[in-house]
Design a binder for this molecule. Structure first.
Ligand code: MSP
Length: 502
């Protein structure tokens, strides 16, 4: 039987900037889902990469006195490195300056053109370079783009995409596919925007050259968003051999600021080219820094590499998804991160593993014991462990990472209480059989907890699984019910989540 397929993407990042927390956030979210799905038996494709064309990239190169190509090569490398530092398990890293991508974008253009979806006209209106987006007069706020970016009046010959013709088909599509845009509030915003009416979209530029030339009219370069969005198809074989199975179960993770491109323009382009839209677009919220809006001019941009260096990658990954439900805005603070690290990781999870393993090392020579008869409390803990997979699977399906943590940490809490109640240090001298059973139940519970934390805390979970003797080929969810093996000798334990002390 062939595996079910699953495709997850991050936005491709602009190369006019250094990697910041916002970039790290989406990449880690995609990584968590990709890892979960792989462990759960899916054939997964996880894509990230860089968005390298457009006027602002060209200008950034001029400002640094560099050739544009040299600049994009250099900055793209920073993003590639970021993904490695984040322990992202991406299967591909795409760059929009690659040949395969240029070919895909031009093929999509030709397809749209062949279907009468493109015409030549003149563009006149407000353009924001920072957003690489056009705005109607009515959308401007105090003469600026809604994002606060400067706009300038632009008049030039331009090709247009017949977006206005797709208003009704889009509304019908949203209605028939209620989970295409999540969360719900964002979906409502998009629907309201489309209901407000769509005008045709300018999709080429002549005032600069750093882009993909329009087929048969190289005076024009293709609008950077049409170029960029197509990356999601390029990476799975378009135009020669699109992997339909992946595309059918595809998820684009994006920040709320770029939802319109993904939830309006992108499905319109695709439908107009005779292709199906992706299965889902999920918009996450924005981070502030210690209560303040993050901005380059304020100088409070958060460098994810510095955080990894200070706190370690897993505590950083954990914090990002523990603090607030994915989808909502969130505030970064060192105090909150340290609080989570100490209470959830060191004191709860780490302590459970540490106390059980050091006890076994000291009193059982590191040997996994044989269980005997189970008490009602043993069974309760074991059953709760068994049920964890189904619960977390559902949480991941809904991108409710915080719920997944609730479920996992509820089991950790129960296991810690079980240690307190069963008192292995007393059983040691009073009831050896009972001691063996209790320790076995605990190891088995830790096994399930560690299997379940793998997508979120890959490095620490793997260390814990090593310490409790779970073979590498029994770490997928197909082995959920293959228990730890009595008689296995465990290595010397060590703390996986050290407490943070100033
Ligand atoms: N190149 C486009 C995406 C093209 S996808 C076909 C782009 N790039 S970006 O580098 O500017 O932004 C990447 C992501 O970072 C966006 O999803 C954006 O929402 C996210 N973030 C930027 N600042 C952020 C925060 N302060 N918090 C969370 N995410 C933020 O847009």
């Amino acid at each position: 039987m062939s595996k079910p397929a699953f495709y997850v993407t991050t936005p491709i990042y602009y190369v006019n900037d250094r990697p910041h927390l916002g970039h790290a956030y989406t990449t880690i979210a995609a990584d968590v889902i990709a890892r979960f799905k792989r462990l759960d038996g899916y054939r997964v494709m996880f894509l990230t990469g860089t968005d390298e064309h457009g006027q602002k990239v060209q200008k950034a190169a001029v400002a640094r006195g560099m050739e544009t190509k040299d600049l994009v090569d250099e900055v793209s490398e920073n993003f590639r490195d970021l993904a490695v530092q984040l322990h992202a398990s991406h299967d591909d890293f795409i760059r929009t300056t690659e040949k395969r991508h240029i070919k895909a974008v031009q093929a999509l253009w030709k397809e749209l053109n062949g279907r009468g979806q493109i015409y030549l006209g003149h563009y006149e209106g407000w353009y924001s370079e920072r957003d690489e987006a056009f705005f109607a007069e009515s959308e401007l706020i105090d003469g600026k783009a809604p994002s606060g970016a400067e706009v300038h009046w632009m008049k030039e010959p331009s090709y247009f995409f017949r977006l206005s013709a797709w208003q009704e088909p889009l509304l019908k599509f949203y209605k028939e596919n209620p989970s295409f845009i999540v969360p719900e509030t964002r979906r409502n915003e998009v629907i309201r925007f489309v209901e407000g009416g769509l005008t045709d979209l300018s999709i080429s530029r002549t005032s600069f050259s750093w882009g993909i030339p329009v087929p048969n009219d190289p005076q024009h370069v293709i609008y950077v968003w049409l170029d960029a969005l197509t990356n999601y198809l390029t990476a799975i074989g378009y135009p020669d051999s699109l992997d339909e199975m992946l595309w059918k179960d595809s998820l684009h993770l994006v920040g709320k600021d770029i939802l319109r491109f993904h939830a309006v323009y992108w499905p319109a382009f695709l439908m107009a080219a005779g292709l199906r839209p992706p299965k889902q677009v999920f918009a996450h919220g924005w981070w502030t820094n210690e209560g303040q809006k993050i901005s380059k001019s304020v100088g409070n941009v958060i460098d994810p590499l510095a955080l990894i260096q200070t706190y370690g990658i897993d505590p950083f990954r954990y914090f990002l998804f523990r603090e607030v439900p994915f989808g909502q805005d969130a505030d970064f603070s060192h105090a909150a991160l340290i609080g989570r690290l100490n209470s959830d990781l060191a004191n709860s999870y780490g302590n459970l593993v540490q106390r059980v393993l050091s006890f076994i090392q000291k009193n059982l020579n590191g040997l996994i014991p044989q269980p005997h008869e189970y008490s009602a409390d043993d069974n309760a803990l074991l059953h709760k462990g068994n049920d964890l997979l189904a619960l977390v699977r559902q949480d991941i399906e809904r991108l409710a990472f915080h719920r997944a943590f609730d479920h996992i940490w509820s089991l950790i809490g129960d296991a810690n209480r079980y240690v307190d109640e069963e008192k292995p240090w007393v059983l040691k001298s009073e009831d050896e059989k009972r001691l063996q059973t209790v320790l076995y139940v605990l190891l088995e519970t830790i096994r399930k907890i560690a299997l379940m934390t793998q997508p979120f805390l890959p490095e620490s979970s793997s260390r814990i699984l090593d310490q409790i003797g779970v073979p590498r080929n029994e770490r997928e969810y197909a082995s959920w019910l293959s228990p730890v093996r009595p008689g296995t000798i465990l290595p010397m334990p060590y703390a996986v989540f050290p407490r943070w002390v100033k």
